[in-house]
Design a protein around this ligand. Structure first.
Ligand SMILES: NC(=O)c1ccc[n+]([C@@H]2O[C@H](COP(=O)([O-])OP(=O)(O)OC[C@H]3O[C@@H](n4cnc5c(N)ncnc54)[C@H](O)[C@@H]3O)[C@@H](O)[C@H]2O)c1
Length: 374
């Protein structure tokens, strides 16, 4: 079996999870080198995982690297992904693709013109929880899906005492509709297919720092990214949905539900890989949800990097990779935001794809990766 050489760009917070999984969990990839513009960060990850430190330029020029994993922040995604694609590398980018739709479109067109894969996180939809949900809906367990409801509310961003975290989530491309909305919209489009049009409104405005430990406590932050967005979704299938993302709340809530003619599916947190998956069926004696045993693997802990492994297996076996919704989901968020300004529904471009499901039953650790190979 061929192993695909991977270069990881960006050794910040999430890189530990990726590097741990890419070096230990997935046999189809081999991490050849890592880079960061802050040398102390690449040095720390090199020490921890025994990996070779390179510059981003060296990663892009390296013949042993076929896939670049872009773990920089949203404002940096475009430049790094473009550099990698222009160098002939397949790209896995953390969410979201870029800051503007034009940048994301340019990256997708560049990849297509070069016959390269360009895929965008999240990959939590490949976890056991959401794949089980997909399996249940495909099997007709809720009948015909009719409506869907997604809600994530947080109050973390301006509360964080960490100026670095503050910068990303308050920067263009990093607000909660982009940062967290992507998980919910990826889950819904995986299960229900693409969205035809979207409407809604977003709030972008000054917020004050609320944590007394924050160096800017009490000051107003001028934001260029929404901290709150409410959207209406009309799926191509006819399903109607709502999505609410708010960082202006004081508590953390996560709801994701699909209502069908025969049942209701209560989905797990789409920022995670496991369950619980709960189902209420028409004609059950009780409306108490049943917890359904998961039908798919990769449900324990955090399997970020599974999308990279899926890409490598796709290359190995000549099939389509599964993380195909990134730019469509990005367009949905921008479409809702634009709708608030225009007062009109935003028609989304056709061509959004629903990825192939993973085959069920590969639950034991020893056989999980076989599901990705198919
Ligand atoms: N932190 C999390 O829990 C988390 C979870 C899931 C996804 N993500 C996503 O992962 C991405 C990164 O998040 P993070 O929290 O790790 O950010 P981070 O700021 O901790 O890390 C980003 C790193 O990229 C480096 N960098 C920037 N430009 C570079 C370049 N041109 N070449 C090399 N390195 C460069 C920075 O120096 C920094 O170390 C974001 O898109 C975020 O949405 C983060």
């Amino acid at each position: 079996m061929k192993k695909y050489g991977v270069g990881v760009v960006g050794c910040g917070n999430i890189s530990r999870t990726y590097l741990s999984n890419l070096t230990k969990k997935f046999s189809v990839v081999d991490v050849v080198g890592i880079s960061d513009i802050l040398p102390e960060r690449s040095a720390a990850k090199s020490d921890e995982f025994g990996l070779h430190i390179m510059t981003t330029k060296e990663i892009c020029a390296c013949d042993d690297i076929e896939i670049v994993v872009n773990l920089t922040r949203p404002t940096e995604h475009y430049a790094v992904s473009k550099q990698a694609l222009e160098s002939g590398k397949h790209v896995w980018s953390e969410k979201m693709a870029a800051v503007t739709l034009e940048e994301a479109d340019e990256l997708a067109a560049l990849a297509q013109s070069k016959g390269l894969i360009y895929a965008v996180a999240p990959d939590t939809f490949l976890g056991g929880g959401l794949q089980t949900c997909r399996n249940l809906v495909d099997a007709g367990m809720i009948g015909q899906p009719v409506t869907a409801h997604a809600l994530v509310a947080r109050g973390l961003f301006l509360v964080s005492p960490d100026p670095d975290n503050k910068r990303m989530t308050l920067s263009p491309g990093g607000g909660i509709p982009f940062d967290m909305g992507g998980y919910y919209l990826t889950a819904l489009t995986t299960i229900l297919g693409p969205v035809r049009r979207a409407a809604g409104a977003a709030r972008v405005g000054p917020r004050s720092y609320q944590n007394v430990q924050h160096p800017n406590f009490g000051e107003l932050a001028q934001l260029k990214t929404p901290t709150c967005m409410v959207g209406v979704l009309e799926f191509e299938s006819g399903v109607l949905g709502t999505v609410t993302t708010s960082a202006d709340s004081f508590m953390e809530t996560c709801q994701l539900e699909i209502f069908g003619t025969e049942g209701t599916l209560l989905l797990p947190d789409p920022n995670r890989f496991g369950g619980p998956v709960r189902l209420i069926r028409r004609n059950y004696s009780s409306l108490t949800p049943y917890e359904i045993p998961l039908t798919h693997g990769y449900s324990d802990g955090c399997s970020r990097g599974i999308g990279v492994a899926d890409m490598a297996w796709a290359l190995q076996n000549g099939r389509l990779h599964r993380a195909v919704m990134g730019n469509h989901v990005f367009e949905i968020v921008h479409g809702i935001w634009r709708s608030g300004d225009s007062g009109q529904f935003t028609n989304l471009r056709p061509g959004g794809q629903r990825p192939a499901p993973l085959p069920s039953g590969h639950i034991e650790a020893s056989v999980m990766e076989a599901a990705l190979a198919l």
